[in-house]
Design a protein around this ligand. Structure first.
Ligand code: TA6
Length: 301
């Protein structure tokens, strides 16, 4: 077991990065540099916060988020891996895979020449994960915290047979109010509508949210832009290695049932996820490496 002291000795960087333990028992990498602040839990390699200096947070974290071993954090950037949504054949396995609730190790940290901070995590396999995912593989998450936040999820097939991979960076974005925002970039795209009876539809115009939305847009590599009239800013989500975009807001009733959104919590967030799901599940050939990359930045409106 790596202690906080040894983590700080090996990977802490003065003026950039230190490790802390929070109530509830999770360890976080706390990053603060000339451009931004961020905190990332070692459980799940879960980015919980990201805020450029002098700006509102870009990432939403529930006021009622709990930091409990084995439980996913409500908000931030949960890593859905190696499947998205329910498991294809075994409904007893955890939704969105196990990567977000197991421990990852820190593999490297760096202060970059432009003042950004880099950190790489690798998922630590155990008997339970191996039973759920019997494929020889490694998965790493790299985060570069600068004026923008760059997140890379890197899957290597280290075995001798191909496997099918579903994945997403299930990112919660901070907005002034869901009534003030429009998501652009997915106009004309086909999506799977998961609210009510599952149906395939085509997106007409920008996305405005006025009730529960749970959609998987397929075959799209486009940037998504969250225009927020209240904060007078747009959040840009640029990506590579991803052909699906998921848009989710649980709305009042479902958020209340989850118990960790807080009253009206759903109004201050929207998930715009970059990944590969449904039609876009990926085949990773033996020896191949697949990289899913998302970059989150803000622009004035
Ligand atoms: O990505 C949208 C979604 O799959 C929704 O269906 C919703 O359930 C959400 O993820 C949150 O899932 P979680 O397991 O984190 O509560």
């Amino acid at each position: 077991m790596t202690t906080l002291n040894s983590l700080n000795q090996q990977f802490g960087i003065a003026g950039h990065l230190q490790f802390i333990e929070v109530d509830g028992g999770l360890t976080f990498a706390e990053i603060s540099n000339a451009h931004a602040t961020a905190s990332i839990a070692l459980q799940g390699a879960h980015i919980a916060t990201f805020q450029p200096k002098g700006e509102e947070p870009i990432i939403w974290l529930s006021k009622l988020a709990k930091f409990i071993p084995g439980k996913s954090i409500r908000g931030g950037v949960p890593v859905c891996w190696p499947w998205f949504g329910p498991h294809a054949t075994d409904s007893k396995l955890p939704g969105h895979g196990y990567a977000r609730t197991v421990m990852w190790e820190v593999q490297e940290t760096k202060a970059l020449a432009d003042g950004s901070t880099f950190i790489r995590f690798g998922l630590i396999e155990n008997e339970t994960t191996k039973a759920q995912w019997p494929h020889a593989s490694t998965v790493q998450l790299e985060a570069t915290v600068g004026k923008a936040l760059k997140v890379e999820l890197i899957t290597k097939n280290t075995g001798s047979a191909a496997f099918q991979l579903g994945e997403a960076l299930h990112t919660y974005f901070h907005i002034s109010d869901v009534g003030n925002m429009t998501i652009r970039g997915l106009e004309g795209c086909e999506y799977i509508d998961k609210v009510g009876e599952t149906a395939r539809r085509t997106q007409q115009g920008g996305i405005v949210i006025e009730s529960e939305v749970d959609r998987v847009y397929v075959n799209t590599t486009a940037d998504c832009i969250i225009e927020d009239k209240g904060l007078k800013r747009a959040i840009r989500i640029a990506k590579t290695g991803s052909k699906s975009a998921v848009v989710w807001n649980p709305w009042t009733e479902k958020a209340d049932k989850m118990g960790d959104f807080g009253p009206q919590g759903h109004r201050g967030m929207v998930c715009v996820e970059s990944g590969n799901a449904f039609d876009n599940v990926i085949t990773v050939q033996a020896g191949e490496t697949h990289r899913l990359v998302a970059v989150y930045s803000s622009e004035k409106l």
